[in-house]
Design a protein around this ligand. Structure first.
Ligand code: GDP
Ligand code: IMO
Ligand code: MG
Length: 429
């Protein structure tokens, strides 16, 4: 059975969690393929809010097999805490299957993330300080510890001793920090975490392929987003993994031919947390009203998100990078009160018009957005359940975005709850 990928098309927090949850109803397996607990995916069901970091957003349906793929970096403390929180809400998340090849986030990764950001001062990236970058760096330099090492205390300790020697030297000599104790780390990981994590460790590549071969529906859930991608994002203001749809292949162990549908989740405007270029950023009163109406504060870190108008140049690039087959458009209701709504249709820099993203980032830092203005609709969308219930101006806005971006909009969300969405039939697209 062909697979589906859900991917963020902007700078994260587009509403991937809520759309993954929505789509998971028709799926059998949902696989997270990259990132770690830097993610915060919100799902609202019957007034109850679930904020997921590591566990795939399909977990709320008992029929789903949730999988954490090899491309994810796992902090076992966070994983276990998330399972306990979900358990307390009546969701059995202990059934999650975790790849033995996924890398572990260790205490020194978090410490290094914190001190590196501090050292960078005003050049900081604005990371989530969860140890994501240092963990992926260790994976690339081949000194990382993997989830499967929890099953072999001798190997775990050997690897830890080697790597900690270097980390402690850096922490002490470069950052003037106290060294971490290998005994303490080993006790925590092997005595506290390993017994609980062990039953979840499995051959997730085998699991995914058996599901595909048996004709079951498998969905790959991206965290972060296209423009936070290590290769394709606004480097260095990116995360350290590959959120783009191709990341599902490496991060879960499938070839590209399995993927038939790639759903790009986009906000009806744009937000970004942390540093980096943002051509359509809006400040002042207008920005504050977008933040307030959209409740634009990070799910985990509580940071205020930067906000701006929809950027069709970015989205065109996201279509290319991910082979998007459709857009799921989130938070259209947030724009309810605006008299006019701007859409960036091109950039301009030094007299040159750019319809596609300039490849040189120095240009991106200089561009001015070229806007088209559309009329607002001045009424509440939150109760709409069909396209016909959307006012003409809202439909016009959606059609305009789809034309600008070059792929159809298949789903629109008009509120955070599971029921607050509109499906566009193929004839409506
Ligand atoms: P993710 O990281 O892409 O899963 O997105 P987040 O969960 O970090 O951020 C999206 C936020 O918008 C969450 O607070 C959601 O509950 C909320 N949300 C999602 N869809 C809608 C929508 O259509 N309208 C409104 N008003 N809020 C939404
Ligand atoms: P979801 O999955 C928004 C941002 C951070 C920072 C940069 C690097 O909820 O969309 P990192 O801790 O990954 O090294 O930080 O990436 N970032 C996110 N921004 N949503 C996320 O996840 C993010 N995960 C990381 O703010 O700018
Ligand atoms: Mg988020």
């Amino acid at each position: 059975m062909p697979a589906t990928v859900v991917v963020g098309t902007q700078w994260g927090d587009e509403g991937k969690g809520r759309f993954t949850d929505l789509l998971a109803k028709e799926m059998d397996v949902v696989v997270r393929y990259q990132g770690g607990h830097n993610a915060g995916h919100t799902i609202v069901v019957d007034g109850e809010t679930f904020a997921l970091q590591l566990i795939p957003s399909g977990v709320l349906y008992p029929h789903i097999t949730p999988v954490i793929g090899n491309g994810v970096v796992v902090d076992p403390a966070v994983l276990l805490e998330e399972i306990d929180t979900l358990d307390a809400k009546g969701v059995d998340a202990g059934r999650v299957q975790v790849s033995g090849n996924a890398h572990l986030i260790m205490p020194y990764h978090q410490e290094l993330d914190r001190v590196t950001e501090r050292r960078l001062g005003h050049n900081k990236l604005g990371t989530t300080k969860r140890g994501i970058g240092p963990a992926y760096a260790d994976k690339a330099t081949r000194v990382g510890l993997r989830v499967q090492d929890l099953l072999d205390p001798k190997i775990f300790r050997q690897k830890l001793d080697v790597v900690l020697k270097e980390k402690n030297a850096i922490l002490a000599k470069v950052y003037n920090r106290l060294p971490l104790s290998a005994d303490d780390i080993a006790d925590t990981y092997l005595d506290q975490y390993a017994p609980r994590v062990a039953p979840m460790i499995s051959d997730t590549v085998g699991l995914v392929h058996e599901a595909l071969d048996a004709g079951r529906h498998v969905m790959f859930e991206g965290a972060q987003a296209t423009f936070l991608d290590l290769d394709h994002g606004t480097y260095p203001y990116v995360t350290s993994s590959n959120p783009v749809a191709g990341g599902a292949c490496t991060g879960a162990g499938i070839g590209p031919c399995h993927v038939e549908r790639v759903i790009g989740v986009a906000k009806a405007y744009v937000t970004r947390v942390g540093s980096g270029p943002f051509p359509t950023e809006v400040h002042g009163e207008l920005g504050t009203s977008m933040v307030d109406r959209g409740h634009e504060y990070g799910v985990n870190t509580g940071r205020r998100r930067r906000v701006g108008w929809f950027d069709a140049v970015m989205l065109r690039h996201a279509v290319r990078l991910n082979s998007l087959t459709e857009i799921a458009l989130a938070k259209l209701d947030v724009l309810d009160t605006f008299d006019t709504i701007k859409v960036c249709v091109a950039y301009e820099a030094e007299g040159v018009r750019h319809e596609q993203l300039p490849y040189h980032q120095s240009v991106l830092h200089k561009v001015r957005p070229v806007y088209e203005e559309l009329p607002g609709w001045g009424s509440e969308l939150s109760g709409a359940t069909s396209l016909g219930e959307l006012p003409g101006a809202a439909r016009q806005y959606v059609e305009f975005l789809a034309r600008q971006v070059g792929v159809p909009v298949g789903l629109i969300s008009v509120g955070p709850s599971r029921q607050q969405y509109v499906t566009l039939s193929p004839a409506d697209r």
